[in-house]
Ligand binder design. Structure first.
Ligand SMILES: Cc1ncc(COP(=O)(O)O)c(C=O)c1O
Length: 409
């Protein structure tokens, strides 16, 4: 009888169960490393992400205050009854639906409990002490924490003048790069890197390297997806999450889309790939609702335009964004502004050392944005804010202690 060698057998949907079993049996090794996402990054920056306090508003972690859609909630509630079993085939049905909607073969899609895991494992899979990671600055730094864990050097390339990724400089940053990470729209700036730039990166990236294109926020704008590059079998990994527009950060669901040989390398880095059945059911319902993305995109765009109008009228500088977050130039040390806003019950952040006076704001509900405006105006009118410990130079410089998020009261 043939045995399945997970290191050489392509990962097909039908062989998934056998593959998982075989992988577990040979104990395919993975570095034991900490995976960082928005809450942990905030903690690592010593922002002391505050415990949830009744009455405060949280526009600090690019979550969606609307939560899952009504159909997703119903589907998740119905799925609780299935929670007693490892229903792996449900995730395969979800992958098949996503694949069909995006012109992909189902073998090119793998669901994960969020996209933090496949991001982390992509870096472990393609970077090493000899194969650096190239990222943008300011940009989403979770990948650099994975690089740190596997000893890969990190090259941080400043954003271009128009706040897109400077793909030319990224391609030239290191001839030995293992991966170039492009997040579009970018976290924290909410600015896009256009299709022709992605094509440039694909053409000119160092030999043997991979493009990791993070589309966590793509639903909020009109830019095309890079999934067709995946379908065409390019050296591209596209990451998607249900944590943003779909409002499922606490349910945990995401996708990695790539050629099966790349997916397999990512998969072999370790971790637990099965998402909760409730999340899978909610994900299914979300993907099946053709109106959900355009409706939420429209609603968010309206709120964002109102905030930008207000900031413009008040003369507060900011970077225009097409996403659910933007960078606000407070023209003061960020730690002090974040602290002063928190004292007024408005939790904002994070901050990026490359832009020492900017804070990131997440677009919340209309009511939350009104409260943000009131608090921000007060803070800006205060001549001297209380002095607080400055943020460290880089999040990775901060000692990490496991966070405890307790509800107060
Ligand atoms: C750019 C980007 N990628 C990935 C993630 C990971 O999200 P999750 O693990 O919740 O899917 C985030 C979270 O904020 C993000 O901003």
């Amino acid at each position: 009888m043939d045995t399945v060698n997970p290191l050489t057998t392509p990962l097909t949907t039908s062989s998934r169960r056998g593959f998982l079993r075989a992988a577990a049996m040979i104990g395919a090794a993975a570095a034991a490393t900490r995976i960082f996402g928005e809450p942990e990054l905030a903690h690592a920056e010593r922002l002391k992400m505050p415990p949830y306090v009744e009455g405060a508003i949280y526009i600090n972690a690019n979550e969606n205050p609307l939560g899952p859609s009504q159909a997703a909630r119903r589907a998740a509630a119905d799925a609780i009854a299935l929670g007693g079993r490892y229903r792996m085939e449900l995730a395969e049905q979800l992958e098949a639906l996503f694949a069909a909607q995006n012109g992909l073969n189902p073998d090119y899609v793998m669901a994960y409990p969020g996209s933090s895991q496949p991001l982390h494992y992509s870096v472990l899979a393609f970077c090493s002490p000899q194969r650096p990671l190239v990222i943008a600055n300011p940009g989403y730094e979770a990948g650099s924490m994975a690089a740190k864990a596997c000893g890969a050097p990190v090259f941080q390339v400043p954003l271009a003048k128009d706040y897109s990724h400077d793909v030319r400089a990224m391609c030239e940053a290191s001839p030995h790069a293992g991966a170039l990470y492009i997040c579009t729209p970018n976290n924290p700036t909410g600015t896009v890197t256009r299709r022709h730039q992605l094509e440039h990166a694909l053409q000119h990236k160092p030999q043997g390297s991979i493009l990791i294109i993070d589309e966590a926020y793509l639903h909020f704008c009109d830019e095309p997806s890079a999934l067709d590059m995946v379908a065409a079998g390019k050296d591209v990994v596209v990451l998607r999450t249900f944590s943003k527009l779909y409002g499922m950060a606490g349910l945990r669901l995401g996708f990695a889309a790539a050629r099966p040989d790349l997916l397999e390398k990512i998969f072999m880095q370790g971790g637990w790939t099965m998402s909760p059945v409730t999340a899978v059911a909610a994900g299914m319902a979300s993907l099946q609702d053709a109106e959900l993305v355009p409706r939420r995109r429209r609603e968010l765009a309206t709120l964002r335009a109102e905030v930008f109008d207000w900031l413009t009228r008040k003369g507060y500088p900011f970077v225009p964004s097409v996403s659910n977050c933007f960078m606000l130039d407070a023209q003061r040390p960020t730690a002090e502004v974040i602290h002063a806003m928190q004292q007024r019950g408005v939790v904002i952040g994070r901050a990026w050392p490359a832009w020492p006076t900017h804070v990131r704001i997440t677009i919340g509900t209309a009511e939350e944005m009104r409260r943000f405006q009131t608090a921000y105006e007060q803070v800006m009118a205060t001549k001297s804010l209380s002095k607080v410990e400055p943020l460290p130079q880089r999040p990775s410089d901060a000692p990490f202690k496991p966070p405890k998020y307790r509800v107060q009261g």
